[in-house]
Structure formats: C-alpha cells, structure tokens
Design a protein around this ligand. Structure first.
Ligand SMILES: Cc1cc2nc3c(=O)[nH]c(=O)nc-3n(C[C@H](O)[C@H](O)[C@H](O)COP(=O)(O)OP(=O)(O)OC[C@H]3O[C@@H](n4cnc5c(N)ncnc54)[C@H](O)[C@@H]3O)c2cc1C
Length: 374
C-alpha cells in the first residue's frame, strides 16, 4: 500500500515537532525558508548570550535524527491549490516547486520584530543576523526596551544580567507588564527587574514611527502618545508585539478577519478535509496557544486518525499564558504556571536531565551535538 504523503508548510517550533511525530508513519515533506529550526523562543537569551541560545534554539535539520527520513525543500511558500492538493513554493534560485499531499499542515507561524521573519536564509546569514543584533546591543551604553510582553520583559532581564553596567529601561503602556499572564507572575518578575537595576516605566505608550515595522534596533529618541517627554538611549529594542501571520500564500477564505487560519477544535481547517493548522498561525483561541500546549502531538494524532477513519481529538486551550519567561539562567530554569505559581529547576538538572533527557530525547527524539554558533 502506498504511504500517505504529508506536507508540512513551515518548519518552525511546531512544524518540526509535527514532522518528527509523523516521520515514521507517513512520507513527510517539509517546506522551510531556513535550513534549520530557528526558534522564536527566548528573545532575551538570544540577544544577550547568542551562543547559549543557539545551542538549544538553532537546530540545523541534519542534527535532528528523526528528520533523516523527511524530505526538506528550502523554499518560500507561494500558494496552495486545495482542489488539486498541491502546495507551491519558490526556491532561492527562483525555481518553482510543487508538492502534492494527502494531508497538509499549515504551520507558517507569525512574523515579529527582526528576530522572526519568514525570509530565505543560509546558515551563514542566520549566524550573521544573530551576531549583528548582539553586537549592536553589546556596544550600547544604554538601552530602552519598548513593550510589555514576554519578549520585552525577557530581553530587559537577560540584558541586565549579562551587562550589569549598562543603563536598561523598560517602558510599557499598562500599569503592569505581562498582561496575558497571571498577575502574580508580574509581581515576581518586577522584583527581579528592580534587583537587576532595570528602570521600570509603566503608563508609556510609544509612538511607532510612520513606516517603521519595529523590525530593527533604532537609536533615535522614543516619543510617547501618553504625553511624557521623549526618552533616549544608544539602542532601542522594539518588542511591541506587532505579530503578522505568515499567511499571504493562503487563499483568503481560509483566514479569519485578522489573517490567522480558521480551525475547528480538531485543528482542522473547516470544509477542507486533510488540511490542518497549528502553532501561532492557527486561530484556536485568543492567545493562539497551540504551539506551547502540544498542538503538534494533536495534529499528528488527528492526521493519522483521519487516514485510518478513527475519531479525531479536540484541543483545549488554557486561558492564561504559561511557560518559561526568562529562559535558562545561571541559577536554573524558572517555569511559570497558568495559576501564577512558579517552580525552579536547578541548573544541574537543566543541564543533565531536562535538556538532554526531556528536550533532546523526549521531544526531538535525538539530537546530534554541534553548536552552529561556535
Ligand atoms: C515545546 C514548546 C515550548 C514552548 N514554550 C514556551 C515558553 O515557555 N514560553 C513562551 O513564551 N513560549 C513558548 N512556546 C511558544 C513559542 O513562543 C511560539 O508560540 C512558537 O515558537 C510558535 O511556533 P510556530 O511553529 O507556530 O511558529 P514559528 O516557530 O515561527 O514557525 C513558522 C515557520 O514557518 C516559516 N515560514 C513562514 N512563512 C513562510 C513561507 N511563506 N514560506 C516558507 N516558510 C515560511 C517561518 O520562517 C518559520 O520557520 C513553546 C513552543 C513549543 C513548541
């Protein structure tokens, strides 16, 4: 019997995990703009300690054992013919590609700031981008971070830890930051930021300069629509959460009014058998939380169930964000729960148990060692 063909459109955090789960059971083709998983996670560690970040979050596909049997096409997605069950793309040399599928997984994520862009890149270009952002910030005596979400807070905290002599200020519009998290989490992180000497500036809503997409580190004064005098620093990091779904390659009837892919509770695209969406691109719930809540496992299960004529399972979203906020720190890894409680895994357990055991074996099913940034 012919093996079923699954095309995974976008190999980021969820696309890679979905491919890993399906690679033993189906013929998987992944379409990716990068030759690696370049995760959107842990911006603060990425900017301040890029080599540490790269070890865990920049994983060239040939390091992931369970992707050995997955055919990977490096191309930009350009379209899909749902009736003909074919996805189209364009390679770096301009040559078109067409991949037929029995099931399609849409996992093209969102664009956000300079650190998450769906651009075709070689390994050398990825490395150069990581180093350039780090060096720009390392060379600045003072840094403003604009934004009140996890990316902004994590960036301020990690930069203050790595560079204790720099002046670092965090400006956010609300009375508190981390509004999508339990209030207890902000109280805890706020104390940490104060201990680290980060200047906290609630009630500041930045005027984003006209024509500026927030996708580079700037050096001009920041103006506030909330009336305060402009603020200046040698470097300004914009983490204002202007996420854009990477869906310009999809027909509009698949999308909601904000451009995200509409899905049923089974993460299936309505009225299109065999088409699923998962991760930040999928309009599952207001927080679009399927990436961090094992949406990859659910989609992989449902694809196999649909092929076998079995019942599909449903996704249940938590109503608050959770997870790591600051990334791996010298004292360990703190994980925040939706209830606002936190637990800390000591660094020996992160180094010897969590990363090699749970992450590299349990989640990725085997990773060949080799840090691309060293
Ligand atoms: C196991 C796990 C744990 C997590 N833990 C946390 C946590 O603790 N705290 C937290 O805040 N978040 C966490 N997250 C979530 C994370 O912040 C994001 O939600 C996640 O990175 C989104 O993954 P994604 O695959 O949807 O998008 P992405 O990782 O952005 O992947 C999308 C991919 O598609 C590519 N693409 C886009 N458009 C095109 C195109 N036209 N052609 C070709 N390719 C394209 C992109 O370049 C990218 O490679 C976790 C996620 C996972 C999987």
């Amino acid at each position: 019997m012919n093996r079923k063909r699954v095309v995974i459109a976008g190999l980021g955090d969820t696309g890679v995990l979905t491919a890993i789960r399906l690679s033993r059971h189906t013929d998987v083709t992944g379409i990716s703009v990068k030759p690696a998983l370049v995760s959107g996670q842990e911006l603060g560690v990425r900017l301040s300690r890029p080599a540490d970040w790269a070890r865990d979050y920049w994983l060239p596909f040939d390091r992931l054992r369970r992707l050995d049997s997955v055919r990977i096409v490096q191309a930009t997605l350009t379209g899909v013919d749902l009736a003909a069950r074919t996805v189209f793309g364009r390679r770096a040399d301009g040559a078109p590609t067409a991949e037929e599928y029995d099931a399609l997984v849409i996992s093209s994520g969102v664009a956000n700031g300079f650190w998450r862009q769906p651009t075709l890149q070689s390994a050398a270009e990825i490395g150069a981008g990581l180093r350039a952002a780090h060096e720009r910030l390392a060379g600045a005596g003072s840094i403003i971070v604009v934004g009140g979400g996890a990316a902004a807070v994590s960036s301020a905290a990690n930069m203050a830890t790595t560079w204790p002599d720099k002046r670092i200020d965090l400006y956010f519009p609300g009375e508190r930051a981390l509004l999508a998290y339990h209030p207890r989490i902000w109280r805890r992180i706020q104390n940490r930021l104060i201990d680290l000497g980060v200047g906290l500036h609630p009630g500041h809503r930045a005027e984003v300069p006209v024509g500026f997409a927030g996708d580079e580190i700037t050096g001009e004064p920041v103006r506030w629509s909330t009336g305060q005098p402009p603020a200046s620093a040698e470097a300004v990091l914009w983490a204002v959460g202007r996420v854009q779904p990477n869906t310009d390659w999809l027909p509009p009837e698949l999308l909601d009014q904000h451009g995200f892919v509409r899905v049923t509770p089974e993460l299936r695209v309505p009225d299109h058998r065999g088409v699923f969406a998962v991760g930040d691109v999928a309009a599952t719930d207001p927080l679009r939380s399927s990436a961090r809540n094992r949406g990859d496992a659910l989609v992989a299960h449902n694809i196999r169930a649909e092929f076998a004529g079995r019942r599909l399972r449903s996704y249940r979203a938590p109503d608050r964000r959770w997870g790591s906020l600051l990334g791996i720190q010298p004292e360990g890894l703190e994980v925040f729960l939706p209830t606002g409680h936190a637990f800390r895994l000591p660094s020996w357990s992160v180094e010897r148990v969590v990363m090699p055991g749970f992450v590299r074996w349990g989640m990725y099913r085997g990773v060949r060692e080799n840090n691309p940034l060293q």
